[in-house]
Design a protein around this ligand. Structure first.
Ligand SMILES: [Zn+2]
Length: 374
């Protein structure tokens, strides 16, 4: 890792400053991305922004900032985004500062004050190095600076053709991935949460160690088509298997469910009927678990746990205990009430419900050994 200190005048950074909204904020003759495309905006309130200008006007030092060198003469602000933006925005007439009780926009400043801003030098550490060491080091820097999420950190390291293309799909407000998945997957594209979820999914499917392994491998790919196709496939699979939509489908880890179950076959008419039946079953206390339950119930005898099935209440258990005179029907031993547990005589999966007549008390041992608990 090479870290080079530089002092750069505000005048030079302000050169060609352009705020293009979602397409990024650039300065320094177009060579510096203050904010890269589709990265969320950090918002300083006006008092914070004004404090930056006051510091500059007094020629006091601002904290060191960090830039990353991404190309021959191309940089991205890693730390210092808000401070840089505050100065740029002041020079773009976006807010005034108060001097001696009066408000001054930049163009009302006395010449010497204006020149003081333009000649102020930012203290910048420009860093470059292997991507792996950069990421590690950025995490450390990030602790002190404006908080970047893990995916934003990865994006600042693995820049290139792949990332630019991936951001087109996953990182823009109202991007294609958001439109496609909004009813099923939560996540703010602007904070890179959708991109992170898609990457996590494809990494699991391909057996990658982590997201950085995937991004390192594909960094220089011409595009991110593989990831985009994967994501579309996940969404299309969900809608094929569960053609009827329920609001509780939103927020499930659909990429993971796809990865685990997409090789199996399911009948969608059966799924529709079963989803409806389970939503109407009062014993199902966790409707969000219905989908995974239906995907795995034929192979997982404990799938019922996903539904958090209603347990017998104390009144039902006391009634059963006295009916049985405290005898466990399996081992025929006598137990105290609190040594026993409520159990469904007819298992829930075979149509038995959590009703008083379907309750029996088993000793803990026998209940633990029971295989058709659900
Ligand atoms: Zn027993």
């Amino acid at each position: 890792m090479k870290i080079e200190p530089k002092q750069i005048k505000v005048r030079d950074i302000f050169d060609s400053y352009a705020d293009n909204g979602d397409d990024g904020v650039f300065a320094y003759g177009g060579r510096l991305a203050i904010r890269p495309p589709y990265q969320r905006e950090f918002v300083y309130d006006q008092a914070q922004a004004e404090a930056v200008i006051q510091t500059v006007l007094k020629n006091f030092p601002l904290n060191v900032m960090y830039w990353v060198r991404n190309g021959e003469d191309q940089y991205e602000v890693l730390d210092g985004q808000q401070r840089t933006l505050s100065v740029m925005q002041y020079l773009k007439h976006q807010f005034p500062v108060t001097l001696d009780g009066k408000k001054f926009y930049w163009d009302a400043l006395p010449d010497d004050r204006f020149e003081a801003i333009m000649n102020y030098e930012f203290m910048i550490y420009v860093c470059e190095g292997e991507t792996s060491e950069k990421l590690e080091w950025f995490r450390v820097v990030n602790i002190a600076g404006e908080k970047l999420s893990e995916q934003e950190l990865r994006n600042s390291v693995y820049t290139g053709t792949w990332l630019s293309d991936a951001k087109r799909y996953f990182s823009k407000r109202n991007c294609a991935a958001k439109r496609l998945s909004d009813k099923y997957i939560t996540g703010d594209p602007n904070r890179q949460e959708l991109l992170e979820k898609a990457l996590k999914g494809i990494c699991e499917l391909q057996g990658k160690k982590d997201i950085t392994e995937y991004m390192a491998l594909h960094k220089s790919d011409a595009d991110a088509d593989e990831l985009w196709q994967y994501f579309q496939e996940v969404m299309s699979w969900v809608q094929r298997i569960f053609p009827k939509y329920y609001a509780d489908m939103k927020g499930l880890d659909w990429c993971h469910l796809y990865n685990v179950y997409h090789r199996r076959t399911y009948n969608s008419s059966v799924m529709v009927a079963e989803t409806k039946r389970l939503h109407e079953d009062e014993d199902v206390q966790r409707p969000k678990g219905i989908y995974e339950y239906l995907l795995c119930k034929d192979t997982d005898p404990f799938a019922g746990r996903l539904l958090n099935l209603r347990a017998f209440d104390k009144r039902d258990k006391i009634a059963a205990y006295s009916r049985q005179s405290g005898i466990c029907p399996i081992c025929h031993q006598h137990f105290e009430f609190d040594e026993m547990e409520g159990d469904h005589i007819k298992p829930w999966s075979k149509g038995g419900h959590t009703t008083p007549d379907n309750c029996q008390m088993l000793c803990r041992d026998c209940n633990g050994k029971k295989t058709d608990k659900y």
